[in-house]
Design a protein around this ligand. Structure first.
Ligand code: AMP
Length: 433
């Protein structure tokens, strides 16, 4: 038997209704904040991620699905391609490619699959889905303003609340400008030198390649060492400090609560200044529902003009997991409004015609789907099927009904049955108790 590849999974109904519920709600919120959708390809040139996300990150160094795209003709140049492990690099590439700076401040969002070869576990998949947004543009369009950071964070708080997710925590930090980070990295490297031999293998590697990432270590035995390392707060320049204070001030003013966490670093190299995560208690070890931050130098790293930006990515898989059962079942409760039962040989055509007519009635289908049966079913089986689907009404289509143009509609709960003229069907079904 052929199975889904390890780390990937099928999303089946009724759970897919919860995903659609999430998609619809977030689109509503994005619209209210004037964000518009962008769709970029799911694969890109490998170089985009090497330069955009960073060679030393876990993602690029060991988690990407990369292949050599051989040219079709001898003369075609082969190209290394990669399934996108995240979407910010793709959005910034599109920003540069289409000169989106002409539009001033871009407020863009995306929803789609991302791919990372991580060790699969609960809440961690190799194909997973992200809902993300980016605010990017020239500094003259206000892209660097702390007002934008605060707006984005407030939108996220609204979004989670609107979805019915309670009990989230916003963890906030500033990881400084590249200059601040360089000084901090240097201090970390120095502080790590005498102690790193006692740390886990990952930390020993990171101490050399990317000391900042040591702060992300989850190994319990390493924590006492991590606890004593220098803190980014000691290395923030005046300007970085003022920017971060302004973000915090606006959030406090509008009543979005947050926790300062000066150990919060993000797994991608491009982040600068504001960095954040929203965590949720029910998720266990993989407790971050979303993460994001500023990436003021990313456009330049990709060969574009200066274009400060800030963005986030929500893990939709984890969001769906942490949705309250109540909201989930409400979203999933989609049952047919009417089940059309052809009765007797040759009635499939007549029933299909009725189904076509009813399915074109927008008000009716807004109340629920129209389901169509089969003339090969006996009447008893039609009733059983309609019942199993939870249909509200059954509509009988037999030879006599077709001739007279008047059809029996029966409420499956109350047992009440009435006869309705063809032209009145949609209206009457909506009015019935
Ligand atoms: P990142 O792009 O690493 O900042 O991740 C942003 C969010 O995507 C995380 O907070 C998770 O919710 C989600 N995420 C990242 N990797 C995975 C994965 N392998 N499986 C499921 N969700 C993920």
């Amino acid at each position: 038997m052929i199975k889904a590849v390890r780390g990937t999974r099928d999303l089946l109904p009724p759970e897919t209704a919860v995903w659609n519920f999430v998609d619809e709600k977030v689109r509503e919120v994005f619209r209210a904040y004037n964000f518009q959708e962008i769709r970029t390809p799911i694969f890109e040139a490998t170089e985009l991620f090497a330069r955009g996300v960073g060679e030393e990150t876990d993602i690029v160094s060991k988690e990407m699905y990369t292949w050599e795209d051989r040219g079709r003709a001898e003369s075609d140049r082969g190209l290394s391609l990669t399934l996108r492990p995240e979407n910010t690099a793709g959005v910034v590439r599109a920003y540069i490619e289409h000169k989106l700076w002409d539009r001033g401040l871009n407020k863009l969002y995306y929803i789609g699959p991302q791919f990372r070869r991580e060790r699969p576990q609960k809440g961690r998949y190799r194909q997973f889905y992200q809902i993300g947004a980016e605010m990017i543009g020239p500094a003259t369009a206000g892209s660097e303003s702390p007002a934008r950071d605060a707006e984005l964070l407030e939108m996220l708080a609204t979004l989670l609340n609107r979805l019915g997710i309670t009990g989230w925590t916003l963890e906030l930090n500033s990881i400084g400008s590249p200059g601040d980070r360089a000084a901090f990295n240097e201090a970390l490297r120095k502080a790590l030198q005498p102690v790193v031999a006692n740390m886990c293998g990952d930390c020993q590697r990171r101490a050399v390649t990317n000391p900042l990432r040591v702060l992300d270590c989850k190994v319990p035995e390493d924590q006492p060492i991590v606890e004593k390392l220098p803190r980014i707060t000691q290395f923030l320049s005046e300007a970085s400090r003022a920017h971060f204070d302004a973000v915090c001030e606006i959030l406090t003013k509008i009543g979005v609560t947050f926790t300062l966490n000066d150990r919060l670093v993000r797994g991608l190299d491009y982040y600068t200044r504001t960095a954040f995560e929203f965590t949720h208690g029910t998720l266990g070890a993989q407790n971050a529902i979303l993460g994001g931050g500023r990436y003021d130098g990313l456009s330049e790293a990709l060969g574009g003009p200066a274009a400060p930006g800030i963005g986030f990515a929500i893990g939709e898989d984890r969001l769906v997991m942490s949705l309250q059962a109540e909201a989930a079942s409400k979203a999933a409760a989609l049952v047919p409004i009417v089940y059309i039962a052809p009765v007797g040989t040759g009635m499939n055509g007549e029933a299909a015609k009725l189904a076509r007519e009813l399915r074109q009635q927008e008000r009716l289908v807004a109340a629920g789907p129209v389901e169509l049966g089969d003339e090969n079913f006996r009447l008893k089986k039609s009733f059983e099927t309609a019942d199993k689907l939870g249909a509200r009404y059954i509509l009988i289509v037999g030879e006599n009904e077709a001739k007279s143009g008047s059809f029996s509609v029966k409420n499956l709960k109350s047992g009440q049955q009435i006869s309705v003229a063809r032209a009145d069907l949609a209206q009457k079904i909506l009015e019935l108790p």
